[in-house]
Write a protein that binds this ligand. Structure first.
Ligand SMILES: Nc1nc2c(ncn2[C@@H]2O[C@H](COP(=O)(O)OP(=O)(O)OP(=O)(O)O)[C@@H](O)[C@H]2O)c(=O)[nH]1
Ligand SMILES: [Mg+2]
Length: 199
């Protein structure tokens, strides 16, 4: 099955996207496969609202495990199955907590095992940083020439994000950007089309 990894800094909206994209594709109950840092797998089932309450947070580093959901992408009369993988956010610095460092190592491991990479950035951060953070630049440099790579520019629903989107488009190849709102499901049709092209 094709693996689709959502990767990016903490708090950019990776988990929100995973839950709402699953919802967009018709999932009613979220069956999450959670990989513990020690290696074993557990399955957790959530109602979508419950998943949002338990797995999404305003504080960074809410997600500290690789967690994934199987999705069906409709191709004609058939479905194509993919595994959408949510991950621990990556940061420029060496994190002080061992748990987070381990979780980030899991993300890096997954990065090189996934066929499709959805690299998420938070448009609202471009108010303050007109440059990409080092980690985002490094991910972009590594993957931008691969066909299964897109930048998801998230939080388009917030005020003044169109201006930040232009800023982002000046920094990187704009053909690789899909502007989305993980909350309002904006841009999801384009993400689905991109996945269908690459599975
Ligand atoms: N306005 C707005 N807020 C969003 C959007 N997506 C996520 N958020 C908010 O951003 C915060 C972080 O969302 P998460 O989905 O937990 O982000 P994450 O990237 O999984 O964060 P970590 O697990 O900590 O790495 C929450 O307060 C979300 O409600 C969006 O499209 N628009
Ligand atoms: Mg998360």
């Amino acid at each position: 099955m094709v693996s689709v990894l959502i990767v990016g800094q903490p708090n950019v909206g990776k988990t929100s996207f995973a839950i709402n994209f699953a919802n967009y594709l018709g999932v009613e109950k979220l069956k999450l496969l959670v990989r513990q840092p020690a290696g074993f797998l557990a399955i957790r089932t959530y109602q979508l609202e419950e998943a949002y309450e338990e797995l999404v947070a305003v504080e960074p580093h809410k997600t500290t495990k690789i967690q994934s959901v199987q999705l069906k992408l409709p191709i004609g009369k058939k479905d194509k199955k993919v595994r959408l993988i949510d991950s621990c956010g990556l940061v420029d610095e060496i994190h002080s907590k061992q748990k987070i460092r381990r979780a980030m190592a899991q993300t890096l491991d997954q990065l090189f095992q996934s066929q499709i990479i959805l690299h998420m950035v938070d448009l609202s951060q471009f108010n303050y940083f007109s440059q990409l953070k080092k980690i985002d630049q490094a991910l972009y440099n590594l993957f931008h020439q691969q066909s299964g790579y897109k930048i998801l520019a998230n939080k388009l629903d917030l005020d003044r994000q169109e201006r930040n989107l232009i800023k982002l488009k000046n920094l990187i190849d704009q053909k690789l950007i899909i502007a989305i709102s993980a909350l309002s499901q904006q841009g999801f049709t384009e993400v689905k089309a991109f996945l269908l092209e690459n599975v």
